[in-house]
Design a protein around this ligand. Structure first.
Ligand code: HSE
Length: 297
């Protein structure tokens, strides 16, 4: 079997809606081998579809078909460390696992940039799938067929503290909450901040991150879908975060924090408890600058 290791991702980074995303050191593992028929196993407690509905299976099969190769069926073993439907790129991880795995099993007929394009086509936006494949901080433009992107390695002097609630928020629901049209001033507000976020993360100008994370395209509309989100964002700034934002479509909230800040997690946890807010877990991650990796079992 081969093993494909795919990182979690945090899309948007506040102002970069459907464009910016970064990879985190939290991984799903997908083991794949050609098999006569379909055999899907979950190696952890996660319940996954064991039929043709399985997203990894479907994606892998579609790549065989796209490449004009006969599809023999697959044996898949998956470990899902990335929480599902929480805004940390779990569906992208499945799509990327299926694509990279199938490409590897076929002898790599496609190059990485072609996989990046297909992943974005399947997902509908590039800001999770591209950093999931490439790692680091990725700025992407998706023209409907192709992803035009730059990956930048981020210094490891930051930590990314995730506040993960015990409820799910489906991306399609979170996208339905968005307005069809926006004011020209709001467009300028966001494009300037998204550009600032990209260069500030890369250059270490972390004092800009708070302004850069602010946006008017999605977060104001989504905060109402995530109980306590506004309060938790206040708390994480009070605890000293450089920036706080809704990770992807939510409901996870992300704090970008100085890597040397010792008491951030404890202070934020205590403040959340003091507010009587229950059901949120706090986990600390770092940037993954490598992206998806393939190993031979
Ligand atoms: N950019 C997408 C959104 C990310 O915000 O809807 C979904 O994970």
């Amino acid at each position: 079997m081969i093993k494909v290791q795919i990182p979690a991702t945090s899309a948007n980074i506040g102002s970069g809606f459907d464009s910016l995303g970064l990879a985190l050191n939290l991984y799903n593992d997908v083991h794949l081998a050609e098999h006569d028929g379909i055999l899907i196993e979950s190696l952890d407690q996660t319940r996954v579809p064991r039929t043709e509905k399985n997203l990894i299976y479907r994606t892998a099969k579609s790549l065989y078909e796209l490449c004009g190769r006969p599809f023999p069926g697959l044996h898949i073993k998956q470990t899902n460390n990335i929480p599902m439907t929480r805004g940390l790129g779990s569906s992208s991880a499945c799509i990327v696992g299926g694509l990279v795995g199938a490409n590897e099993l076929m002898g790599k007929p496609l190059c990485v940039s072609e996989l990046v394009d297909i992943a974005a086509q399947l997902e509908g936006h590039p800001d999770n799938s591209t950093p999931a494949i490439l790692g680091g901080l990725v700025t992407s433009v998706f023209d409907g067929k192709k992803v035009h992107c730059v990956k930048q390695q981020i210094a490891e002097d930051l930590k990314f503290v995730t506040f993960i609630p015990d409820f799910e928020l489906k991306t399609e629901v979170a996208r339905q909450s968005l307005p069809k049209q926006i004011d020209h001033r709001d467009a300028v507000y966001n494009l300037s901040r998204a550009a600032l976020m990209s260069v500030s993360l890369y250059s270490g100008s972390y004092e800009n991150l708070r302004v850069a994370a602010d946006d008017r395209l999605h977060q104001p509309y989504r905060l109402g879908l995530i109980p306590h989100a506004g309060k938790i964002l206040d708390i994480l700034y009070e605890a000293g975060a450089y920036a706080g934002y809704i990770s992807g479509a939510g409901p996870t909230l992300m704090a970008i924090v100085d890597g040397s800040a010792q008491s951030f997690e404890a202070d934020a946890k205590a403040a959340i408890e003091q507010e009587g807010i229950l059901g949120w877990r706090i986990e600390t991650r770092q940037i993954d600058n490598q992206g998806t990796q393939v190993f031979v079992d």
